[in-house]
Design a binder for this molecule. Structure first.
Ligand code: TRP
Length: 449
């Protein structure tokens, strides 16, 4: 069995160099490993929680998709899709919402941080908090559980969400699984190997610190000019530099081989000037990015190609999510109203299996000649149980019209109560007599015949 690795990226911004080295590049590498089935998606529903600008959402989805493809993601290998193209995800989200304790969500870091800030500002604790933010972890759980991911590579800030996902999955399994778990409990994957790039000011590169180096935006020029703005100490060329302690070196290492990094380090320690060092860094990064940037520009110029890739990804993903959702709907009792099999009316154990047996089979009419030589028909449930036996007809041709009418009109409308029995009339002709208790199963069967 392959390991399913799944991760999402919120589509509220433009990918920067830190996103590339910290998430995109390692994810693409992981997807090429044997034994791995990768599911990578754009968490565009999540983006709505914090971004109310439709232009920005649309732009970000496009840029992020183009970035992943340009960076080498192979859509034939990876299941690559948009969250919002998978209607089963919000559907599952609701089911999970209904098994999630509110108290669990009260403890979510992102929500708590918002409350703490409000308290500090002496406003209402929930000021500016929407239900999307509050329920954020449930939607994330739906993303993960929909595809039963085994591993979820994320940043440290997301660990709690994966723990909550496990909690929610366990609860659902316990409530509805009947010893047969629906959901795999996902493991969080934190890669210490993966580079966390320093930004221009040396803090972690992040949009919220406004210290990012652009990835493709603005081309090679913007990349170089950002690198020139990286903060360094004021040592002059010729003076030995502390390579280990310099952000330039950390950045360089994230893009260079071990040998190249060793050489860069030696040069810094031998007094390489910061300006020259920055140029070397820009050259090295550019070497990796240049071919991707070209593909990126190509893709951005023809967004319909990206749309095609994502539509195909959604089809691939839904091949899994649709049948799984059908099972989940059945598990919680949102079932097709099929006639219960004999002896099973009202029983709920094994109902899932029953519904499955019924799928693909249908109730049907069977006509025959009785002992007296007259013609009758039966309505049989999918499992062959007789639900209705007709009155006798002289002319077998009449039966076709009668059964057709029964399928096409509301069965209730054909029924009249007579002396505690139910008489079924079609065009004024009595066609069957039933016990009132049979009406329900006949009605259900007719809707599936
Ligand atoms: N919350 C994640 C982030 O901000 C993005 C995300 C949404 C995600 N759904 C996910 C990550 C499911 C992993 C799995 O980084």
């Amino acid at each position: 069995m392959n390991t399913r690795v799944l991760t999402g990226i919120t589509t509220s911004g433009t990918p920067h160099l830190g996103n590339y080295a910290g998430a995109i590049r390692p994810s693409i590498q992981a997807s090429n490993q044997p034994g791995v089935d990768a599911f990578y998606f754009m968490a565009d529903y999540h983006a709505l929680i914090k971004c109310e600008d439709p232009q920005r959402i649309a732009r970000s989805r496009l840029e992020i998709a183009a970035t992943w493809i340009a960076a080498g993601l192979d859509p034939d290998k990876v299941t690559f899709y948009r969250q919002s193209d998978i209607p089963e995800i919000p559907e599952l989200c609701w089911m999970l919402t209904c098994v999630t304790a509110k108290g669990l969500m009260n403890r979510a870091h992102a929500y708590k941080a918002a409350v703490d800030q409000n308290v500090a500002r002496q406003v209402e604790p929930d000021d500016g908090v929407n239900m999307g933010l509050f329920s954020y972890p449930v939607l994330m759980a739906a993303d993960i559980l929909m595809f039963n991911a085994n591993r979820v590579p994320v940043g440290r800030d997301q660990i709690q969400h994966i723990e909550m996902t496990r909690d929610i999955a366990q609860r659902f399994n316990h409530m509805y699984g009947q010893g047969n778990d629906f959901f795999v409990l996902p493991e969080v994957q934190i890669d210490d190997e993966v580079a966390t790039l320093p930004g221009l000011d040396g803090r972690k590169m992040s949009k919220s610190y406004d210290n990012t180096i652009p990835l493709f935006e603005g081309g090679a020029k913007a990349l170089r000019s950002a690198i020139m703005r990286i903060v360094t100490d004021s040592l002059e060329p010729g003076q030995p530099k502390d390579a280990e302690g310099s952000h330039l070196y950390s950045l360089y290492r994230a893009f260079a081989t071990r040998a190249e990094s060793g050489e860069f380090r030696r040069q810094l320690e031998a007094g390489l000037g910061w300006g020259d060092a920055k140029n070397m860094l820009a050259d090295r990064i550019e070497q990796e990015l240049a071919p991707m940037r070209e593909r990126y520009a190509d893709l951005m110029a023809r967004p319909e190609r990206i749309e095609d890739v994502l539509q195909a990804g959604a089809v691939k993903a839904r091949r899994l999510s649709q049948p799984f959702m059908a099972r989940l709907r059945d598990a919680v009792g949102l079932r097709a109203m099929l006639a219960p099999a004999a002896g099973q009316a009202g029983a709920n154990a094994g109902a899932g299996a029953t519904a499955k047996k019924h799928a693909g089979k249908q109730a049907r009419f069977v006509s025959f000649r009785d002992e007296s030589g007259k013609f009758r028909f039966r309505l049989l449930a999918a499992d062959g149980v007789e639900l209705l036996l007709s009155e006798a007809f002289d002319n077998p041709k009449a039966i076709g019209g009668v059964t057709q009418a029964m399928q096409q009109t509301s069965f209730d409308g054909l029924c009249t109560k007579v002396d505690g029995m139910v008489h079924v009339h079609v065009d004024g002709v009595l066609v069957a007599r039933l016990e009132p208790s049979q009406i329900e199963s006949v009605t259900l069967a007719l809707s599936h015949s």
